[in-house]
Design a protein around this ligand. Structure first.
Ligand code: ATP
Length: 370
């Protein structure tokens, strides 16, 4: 194999058995993770789950209590931050207010061996890449929040680091700018091909931007997977609840992959655990996992439901329905506005639907209450 090909295969970062205690508080436990070359990875989880602490340990801004970090084959566990190979962007743009945009971007280059003309060319290239080709002479206060964050990104990429770390880079921006910048960051990341780790608590951000997502909760990793894997095959009730909307139906195990919910017997092909006969289980069903058109007498898992409430969100509507067949349990179901019209869905109306049982995930009820 060629040396280049070997380099390609080496992981960008290996996080091995990281623990972090703040005095008696355990902020991270047993963190093992391999980050692939060139991928965009998101640490996703609720406030306090430890994602920023993990990012800061990778950056050398915080020390781990135990465990190691290897970057491109080199153990960097105890290397000071200044000697590590990464660029970082924080939530607050952290630009130097008294320096021009060009000087901000050039900041990491001026102490290196580059000549002035080379620095100017590199800064121009970075500003063009960040979509701000004419902003070099301005000061940070003359730019919008979104523009300042693009500059912060250009500055982080200036020295061609091996790793880009993004700590909630979009959370200080308003919703429209955030959505635009999401796509912009992803485009830049792909263009440069730089391995990137982003911390976010925003599931939409993680789903739309990542190659893989690391879902964290209470200092541990709950699941690592592609956005689709995380959404379609959540490994735990926490992941199912935290990423996307989900309905939880209570039922009992009947053996194998069969479960009883109210009066219905449901075979859930996607259930993975083994359950005791009669064990209380929770069945997780996404709001879109229903069929409402072209139903026939023999359509599996067909049931009549009463529409209790309709929430109109524009092109998408949420119908809250309850079903006698499910023992009176409620479900929130998504319908497009056109489906709402075509099927005549409105409050107080009875309609027929069928559950997509093959998509249901089943967990022991004890687990989702833990
Ligand atoms: P957020 O999105 O709110 O920043 P997070 O998932 O990034 O949350 P961390 O900032 O990593 O969470 O914090 C994880 C836990 O460790 C929290 O309970 C926090 O209070 C605690 N913690 C973080 N830094 C310190 C510190 N320097 N001293 C004591 N406890 C800390």
């Amino acid at each position: 194999m060629l040396a280049g090909a070997l380099d390609q295969a080496a992981p960008a970062l290996e996080i091995k058995g990281i623990h972090k205690n703040f005095e008696n508080f355990s902020a991270l436990r047993d963190i093992d993770l391999t980050v692939r070359q060139g991928e965009m990875l998101c640490f996703l989880g609720p406030s306090g789950c430890g994602k920023t602490t993990l990012l800061r340990i990778i950056a050398g801004l915080e020390t781990q209590t135990s465990g190691s970090i290897v970057q491109s084959g080199r153990d960097i566990s105890w290397l000071p931050a200044s000697e590590r190979d990464y660029g970082i962007v924080f939530q607050s743009y952290a630009l130097f207010p008294n320096l021009t945009i060009a000087e901000n971007v050039a900041y990491g280059l001026v102490n290196g061996k580059m000549r002035k003309a080379e620095i100017q060319a590199r800064v121009a290239e970075l500003l063009a890449m960040a979509g701000l080709p004419t902003a070099g002479g301005k000061y940070p206060s003359q730019l919008s929040g979104g523009q300042q964050q693009r500059v912060a990104l250009a500055r982080a990429l200036a020295t061609n680091p091996g790793l880009l770390l993004l700590d909630e880079p979009l959370s200080a921006l308003d919703a429209t700018v955030r959505v635009r910048l999401r796509a912009e960051i992803r485009r830049l990341q792909k263009q440069v091909g730089i391995t990137t780790i982003m911390v976010t608590h925003d599931q939409e951000e993680a789903l739309s931007m990542s190659d893989r997502i690391v879902v964290m909760n209470h200092g541990v990793i709950e699941q690592v997977g592609t956005p689709m894997e995380i959404y379609e095959r959540p490994a735990s009730p926490f992941v199912a609840n935290f990423v996307g909307k989900v309905n939880v139906l209570r039922g009992q195990a009947l053996g194998g992959k069969r479960f009883r919910v109210g009066k219905m017997e449901i075979e859930c092909e996607a259930s993975e655990g083994s359950f005791r006969l009669g064990e209380d289980v929770s069945l997780y069903l996404r709001p879109e996992d229903r069929v409402a058109e072209h139903l026939e007498a023999g359509t599996p898992y067909r049931l009549g439901v009463l529409v209790n409430k309709v929430e109109f969100l524009g092109g998408l509507c949420i119908a809250e329905v309850s079903a006698e067949a499910l023992g009176g349990q409620s479900l929130g179901l998504h319908f497009s506005l056109n489906q709402m019209h075509d099927l005549g869905i409105c409050e107080g109306r009875r309609i027929d639907i069928a559950l997509r049982a093959s998509r249901i995930r089943v967990f022991s009820t004890g687990r989702d209450q833990a």
